[in-house]
Design a protein around this ligand. Structure first.
Ligand SMILES: Nc1nc2c(ncn2[C@@H]2O[C@H](COP(=O)(O)O)[C@@H](O)[C@H]2O)c(=O)[nH]1
Ligand SMILES: [Mg+2]
Length: 532
């Protein structure tokens, strides 16, 4: 058992730079195979090639040398479920409960699930039957009623008022903030459509909120009554990715002197018992304690200092149910909560609460990120071209030495030049014609009309290009971390609460366990053009 940072051993120095690693620089590098790829420039001696999809991104400086213990969540973190099979299982189990236990029409049993349709970060409006994607200011940018997109007018009328400061939180809204919620969100959208098209067919003619409650209760039951666990236990390979790099990653951390621990709501005994992996955590292989949650044998309880004084903690017993962070820190020799790095997949349960309530450092696992950044890399040129700030020149239309209109020529991108016109003063301002004779007025007027029509064309084509770019990420919801030009609400939460984020927990082993993670520089809008 470790008692402090001073006992850490730095066996692994893969990046060579260790404590003061300022060299982590993201670059496009052409490798010997001729392929240009994004890489990490990770050591003074050369390039340590890390695929961009596997990179660890940093929001807040984190010096691993001050981390004494690394904790892990289990489900969707160490146990990498395959949403295509696991969420389908949850979907089917939920439908069966709706039909057989809650009286929903049997035709639901024929429904199918598109596991790719819903994404994290969406918000369900339970009362209205809508699914929303919003930006970091909680401005609703994309809204669907069931599977029907709301018109811009309907969207603005329902959510556009800046006077109503809707928090878009429980109880009227539900956040899709874990991959476990993809199936219930999809089922909710299906039921909304079904109710609209089949009045009276939903039991008790329940409203949208009631339907959501039923779906939630049915999903919850699938998790509690063993429906899902039993199926996964029968054929784990079908539902969980076998990741052979987890054990080496845990060993690497332990060899570097860190304690490792697991804090989970889940019980996955097979992980520990297969190949005797229990030694990877502060768990005794023979104890079988994790199995006990399933077979009913009492687990050791650490139910709070009042009931169980610290001195009575049985050191040989390494699995606890309940308990509190004080006990855990004591067991791990943690002197300050910032010596703990916790890695999880749930932005609220694992990350926000660990950071805000416990003061732990955090790393969020976002499996979707791998594809997202790879795709971003591929279409980086288009994104630059779509950036509305990319001005290249400004010209003025002058009449009699007066500036009557300003023409802004925007971005030139790979032989494709877009002209964007901005008028000043605008065509409704009659002063633009003051002092001009009839011919001059007509000439200027037609010039302004041309500019206006060209501006409209550019605006529409720009909008279309932006839409196409977003649709490449996801046909309905676009880029996970963006909503238009703004960060999405999900991205905003990641930025605020996750010190680090990455696509897979095992990406930790691609970096030195002594790495000093540093964020990129922040830019305010006024600094951006000058410094970025
Ligand atoms: N009772 C419910 N349990 C749920 C639900 N969604 C997920 N889960 C279970 O939580 C744990 C998460 O494990 P962790 O390792 O990530 O902490 C896992 O066992 C799921 O089955 C739910 O809606 N209701
Ligand atoms: Mg989890």
């Amino acid at each position: 058992m470790l008692s402090g940072a001073n006992q850490l051993r730095a066996n692994y120095r893969m990046d060579g730079a260790g404590v003061d690693d300022k060299t982590s620089l993201f670059q496009s590098v052409t490798f010997s195979d001729g392929v240009q790829e994004p890489c990490i420039w990770s050591s003074p001696g050369g390039i340590h090639k890390i695929n961009i999809g596997k990179r660890i991104f940093c929001n807040r400086s984190l010096n691993m040398t001050s981390i004494v213990a690394v904790g892990f969540d289990m489900d969707y973190t160490l146990a990498q479920y395959k949403p295509e099979t696991f969420e389908s299982l949850a979907y089917e189990g939920t439908i069966r409960k709706l039909v057989y236990d809650l009286g929903y029409p049997p035709m639901l049993l024929e429904w199918t699930f598109d596991w790719k349709y819903m994404v994290r970060g969406l918000v369900l409006d339970k009362k209205r039957g809508n699914i929303l994607k919003m930006d970091r200011h909680k401005y609703v940018k994309v809204a669907y009623h069931g599977f029907r997109e709301l018109s811009k007018e309907d969207k603005v009328a329902t959510y556009g008022s800046t006077l109503i400061r809707d928090a878009f939180d429980e109880p009227d809204y539900a956040l899709i903030d874990t991959l476990f919620s993809l199936a219930e969100a999809y089922l909710f959208a299906q039921l909304v459509d079904f109710k609209d098209n089949n009045p009276g067919k939903i039991p008790g003619d329940a409203g949208y909120s009631r339907m959501y409650k039923d779906v939630r209760a049915a999903v919850d039951l699938c998790h509690r009554d063993g429906t899902l666990k039993q199926m996964v236990a029968k054929d784990p390979k079908r539902y969980i990715n076998e990741d052979t790099s987890i054990v080496p990653m845990l060993k690497m951390l332990r060899d570097s002197g860190r304690s490792t621990f697991l804090v989970t709501n889940s019980a996955k005994p097979s992980f520990f018992h297969d190949e005797n992996r229990a030694h990877l955590f502060e768990v005794e292989p023979e104890s079988g304690m994790l199995l006990n949650t399933d077979n009913g044998t009492p687990m050791p309880q650490v139910g709070g200092a009042l009931r169980l004084p610290l001195k009575s903690l049985n050191k040989s017993c390494k699995v606890f149910q309940g308990g509190n962070v004080g006990h855990l820190h004591k067991l791990l020799g943690i002197e300050s909560s910032s010596q703990v790095l916790y890695v999880g997949d749930h932005i609220y349960g694992d990350i926000l609460r660990s950071k805000k309530v416990l003061g732990w450092r955090t790393m969020l696992v976002v499996p979707e990120l791998e594809k997202e950044v790879e795709f971003l890399w591929e279409c980086r040129g288009t994104r630059k071209y779509l950036n509305p700030c990319g001005l290249t020149s400004i010209n003025c239309l002058e009449v009699h030495g007066d500036v009557r209109a300003i023409r802004i020529l925007t971005v030139t991108y790979e032989n494709y030049t877009v002209k964007h016109w901005l008028l000043f003063p605008n065509e409704n301002d009659v002063s633009v014609f003051e002092g001009l004779n009839g011919d001059e007025k007509e000439k200027l007027s037609s010039e302004l009309e041309k500019l206006e029509s060209q501006r409209e064309k550019v605006r529409l084509s720009h909008q279309q290009s932006q839409r196409e770019c977003h649709q490449k990420f996801h046909k309905v919801w676009g880029q996970l971390m963006k909503t238009g030009y703004q960060n999405s609400r999900f991205a905003h939460q990641v930025e605020r609460f996750a010190c680090l984020y990455t696509s897979q927990v095992t990406n930790l082993s691609l970096y030195s366990p002594d790495k000093y993670y540093r964020p990129s520089e922040d830019f305010m809008p006024h600094e951006f053009d000058i410094l970025a």
